[in-house]
Design a protein around this ligand. Structure first.
Ligand code: ADP
Ligand code: 3PG
Ligand code: MG
Length: 396
C-alpha cells in the first residue's frame, strides 16, 4: 500500500517545507479556466498539510509548452486557488527552481501555500534530468504526490526529484484513485459493463485486454467502433479506420465476439461542418459516422442503466459530441451511467473529454461513484503498465 499523508503524526508536518506534485493541467480558453475538477480534487491534500502548519509548495505542469510560453503560465490557477482557499495565503512565483523561488520559500510562514510556475517551461522536467531533479528536491524536505493523472510519466517532478526525498507520501487524491482503480482492475463487482468511445484505439488496448476477460459486455461507440465494424465486413464509408490496430481488433472480435456490442445505426454526414446528418444502418460510401443512432442508444441504455448490480466503466464519448448534431448518443449514455449509479451500481468515469461530455450532458460528479482525474494515466493503470509516479512513493 502507498504510504499516505494521513499515516504520519500531525506534529511532523509543523514548520516543514513540503513539495506537493499536483496536476493543474486544466483546460484554458480565452484566458479563463474551463473544467477545474483537478484543482478541486487537490484541495483536501493542500488544506490538510497547510492546516498542520506546513509550508506548502505546489508544483505542476500545464499543457505541452515548447519552452517559455506565457499562454501556459499557471498564474491564473494561483488566482483561482487563492479565491477558493480562504484559510491560508496562496502565492505564486514565476519559476519552479532558482534563487527567486528559494527566497520566496524563505519568506513563507507556516501554513502558507506557494504555487510554482509551469514545470515544463524547463525541458529538463520531461527529460527527468538529474540536475533539475536535484534543484526541485532541494526546495523541500518532504515529497507528496497527489497527481495521479501524471503518474504514468517518468518526469523529474514525478520520479527523479521524488526519489531524492527521504519521505515520499501519497496525497488523498492519489490514494483515492489508486483504491478505486485497483478495485476496477482486479476485482470489479460483477457484472462489469464497459462503455468505450473516443478516437484512439491504441490508447485503450491495454486497458481493454485487462478488463475484457472480467467483463460481461463491452459496448463500443465513437470513432473506435468503426474499426470493429469494418473488421466484421460492415460498410463504414469514410469513417476513420485504424488500419494499424485492425489485427488486434480482429483478434478481440474472435476471442470476445459474444461480449462485444457494436452500433447498429449511426448519425452520418459527409463532413462534420456540413450540418446535415441522417440515420443509417450502414454507412454510405461518401459519409462518415459521427454519433451512434437511436436504435443503438436504446439498446446501450438498457445495458448500461442495468438493474443496480455490478460495475459500469465509461471512457470516451459516443460521437463528436462537441457538435450538437452529434451529441445525442453521448448525452444519453451519460444519463444512463447516472441512472446505473442511482440504481446502485458502482460507476467509474475516466478521460478528460468524457468528463467534459458528462458535464455537458447535465450529469454531475455526484451522480458517479468515481470520476477519475486521469485520462492516459487511468488507462495505463488499468492496463497494468508501469506507473513511475507511484513507484517513487514509500510503501506502508
Ligand atoms: P477521453 O479524453 O475521454 O479519453 P478520447 O480522447 O478518447 O476521450 O476521445 C474524445 C474525442 O473523440 C472527442 O473529441 C470526440 O469529438 C471524438 N469522437 C468521438 N466519436 C467520434 C466520431 N464518430 N467521429 C469523430 N470524432 C469522434
Ligand atoms: C493529462 O492531462 O493526461 C496529464 O496532465 C498528463 O499530461 P500529458 O499527457 O501532457 O503528459
Ligand atoms: Mg481525450
Amino acid at each position: 500500500m502507498l504510504k499516505s499523508i494521513s499515516s504520519i503524526e500531525d506534529s511532523k508536518y509543523f514548520g516543514k517545507t513540503i513539495l506537493i506534485r499536483v496536476d493543474f493541467n486544466v483546460s484554458l480558453s480565452n484566458g479563463s479556466i474551463g473544467e477545474d475538477y483537478r484543482i478541486r480534487m487537490s484541495l483536501p491534500t493542500i488544506e490538510y498539510l497547510s492546516k498542520r502548519g506546513a509550508k506548502v509548495i505546489l508544483a505542476s505542469h500545464l499543457g505541452r509548452p515548447r519552452g517559455w510560453q506565457s499562454g501556459y503560465s499557471l498564474e491564473l490557477v494561483a488566482q483561482r486557488l487563492s479565491s477558493i482557499i480562504r484559510t491560508a495565503k496562496v502565492g505564486f512565483v514565476n519559476n519552479c527552481i532558482g534563487n527567486e523561488v528559494r527566497e520566496r520559500i524563505d519568506r513563507m510562514g507556516n501554513g502558507d501555500i506557494l504555487l510554482l510556475e509551469n514545470l515544463r517551461f524547463h525541458k529538463e522536467e520531461e527529460a527527468n534530468d538529474e540536475e533539475f531533479s536535484r534543484q526541485l528536491a532541494s526546495l523541500a524536505s518532504i515529497y507528496v504526490n497527489d497527481a495521479f493523472s501524471t503518474s504514468h510519466r517518468k518526469h523529474a517532478s514525478t520520479y527523479g526529484a521524488a526519489k531524492l526525498f527521504d519521505t515520499r507520501l501519497a496525497g488523498f487524491n492519489l490514494d483515492r484513485e489508486v483504491e478505486y482503480l485497483t478495485m476496477m482492475k482486479e476485482n470489479p463487482i460483477k457484472p462489469l459493463k464497459i462503455l468505450v468511445g473516443g478516437v484512439k484505439i491504441k490508447d485503450k488496448i491495454g486497458a481493454l485486454e485487462n478488463l475484457l476477460p472480467k467483463a460481461e459486455k463491452l459496448l463500443l461507440g465513437g470513432a473506435v467502433a468503426y474499426t470493429f465494424l469494418k473488421a466484421k465486413g460492415i460498410k463504414t464509408g469514410i469513417s476513420p479506420i485504424d488500419e494499424e490496430h485492425m489485427p488486434w481488433v480482429t483478434k478481440a472480435l474472435t476471442t470476445y465476439g459474444d461480449k462485444i456490442l457494436l452500433p447498429t445505426d449511426h448519425i452520418v454526414a459527409a463532413s462534420p461542418n456540413e450540418g446535415y446528418a441522417s440515420i443509417a444502418k450502414e454507412i454510405p460510401d461518401d459519409f462518415a459516422g459521427f454519433d451512434i443512432g437511436n436504435e443503438t442508444v436504446q439498446r446501450y441504455s438498457m445495458e448500461v442503466g442495468g438493474d443496480g448490480s455490478g460495475t459500469v466503466f465509461w471512457n470516451g464519448p459516443m460521437g463528436q459530441f462537441e457538435i450538437a448534431l452529434f451529441s445525442n448518443g453521448t448525452i444519453n449514455m451519460a444519463k444512463s451511467v447516472a441512472l446505473a449509479f442511482w440504481r446502485g451500481s458502482k460507476t467509474l468515469i475516466g478521460g478528460g473529454d468524457t468528463l467534459e461530455a458528462m458535464k455537458r450532458s447535465g450529469v454531475s460528479e455526484g451522480e458517479v461513484s468515481h470520476v477519475s482525474t486521469g485520462g492516459g494515466a487511468t488507462l495505463r493503470f488499468l492496463a497494468g503498465d508501469e506507473m513511475p509516479g507511484l513507484d517513487s512513493i514509500d510503501r506502508s
